[in-house]
Design a protein around this ligand. Structure first.
Ligand code: ZN
Length: 321
């Protein structure tokens, strides 16, 4: 979409099971009932893992649900091919705009801008979530219900092996060229999951799949030169990619993106490559301020305008700063 990187946000995220949890991954054979395992690339050991694709799917559908509750247009239906308000962005934009161009980005619904479609890769990148420590599955037995009669299938017990409540996973989320309303949306998704309204994995109707999602650290990185031009007189403030975007990458929202959390201290550069970037770490109390500000000052004003809140104007041809 953008031709260069203006702002990157990296989130460290901790996911803690509040109920038993069973994530079988995408390749699970029917009825296997065991938690997905994969080889952790950092140490080559096999570990329990929530695949990034599973997590992304759950986050995406939660984000769709949140936005649709304000206005149906705000999230397309990825499977709807017919023309109409819910037609998928992939179908709607097919062949009409260059893939991954700023125009394609602006023409998509908010969900596709963040999570991607066939016309655009999406700004969000999730890593697999690895289990910490060495959790032990707790085998359980269920009774198979006949789908046709609704009765119990004769002799049909089955077993499954969820991980117990308390199991912790860590993962890492990157948002390239982040805009604050997107972090606001992710904050709301995290809250929906923590409160048990959005669950993950199998057996969610049996009470499985409730997880708490907590951001433990956010790091923002900006190209130093652009950041220093844009933030004159405002030391240690977080800005969105749009605040630094130049030329054809700058697009006109109806409202300006806010600048958040002034007074942060930038991270010292460790080597010559770091020196080209200005970076900030947001932790502890500042993290909840960040989430609240992203919801109240960036997402809410857009939602109040409905469709218009997310509409891009013509690209502004300003030369930076
Ligand atoms: Zn869409």
């Amino acid at each position: 979409m953008y031709r260069r990187l203006y702002a990157q946000c990296d989130l460290d995220v901790q996911i803690t099971a509040q109920s038993a949890l069973l994530v079988q991954g995408t390749q699970a054979p029917e009825g296997a009932g065991t938690f997905y395992r994969a080889r952790d690339p950092t140490d080559g050991r096999e570990r329990f893992c929530i695949p990034a694709t599973t997590l992304k799917g759950v986050w995406r559908s939660a984000a769709e649900r949140i936005l649709r509750s304000f206005e149906p247009w705000l999230a397309c239906d990825p499977f709807e091919v017919k023309k109409g308000d819910s037609q998928s962005c992939s179908k709607r934009l097919e062949g009409s705009l260059a893939a991954d161009s700023p125009q394609a980005y602006g023409a998509m619904c908010p969900v596709c801008r963040l999570f991607g479609s066939t016309a655009h890769a999406g700004l969000l990148q999730l890593q697999d979530a690895w289990a910490m420590g060495n959790p032990r599955p707790e085998p359980q037995t269920g009774i198979a219900i006949d789908r046709f009669t609704g009765g119990v299938k004769y002799g049909a017990l089955y077993s499954y092996e969820p991980l117990p409540a308390g199991t912790r996973f860590t993962t890492h989320v990157t948002v390239h060229n982040v805009e604050f309303w997107q972090l606001g949306l992710l904050a709301l998704v995290s809250r929906e999951m923590s409160q048990g309204r959005v669950r993950i994995g199998s057996g969610t109707r049996k009470g499985l799949g409730h997880v708490e999602v907590v951001w433990t650290r956010a790091e923002f990185r900006y190209p130093k030169e652009l950041y220093e031009q844009a933030s004159v007189g405002q030391a240690g403030v977080l800005v969105s990619a749009q605040a630094l975007a130049v030329d054809g990458d700058r697009v006109n929202y109806p409202d300006a993106e806010p600048w958040l959390l002034p007074g942060l201290r930038s991270q010292p550069a460790n080597d010559w490559a770091d020196a080209l970037w200005t970076s900030f770490w947001v932790t502890e109390n500042d993290l909840s301020r960040l989430q609240i500000d992203c919801v109240e000052r960036a997402l809410a004003p857009k939602l109040r305008l409905g469709r218009a809140g997310f509409a891009y104007g013509a690209p502004a041809q300003t030369g930076g700063g």
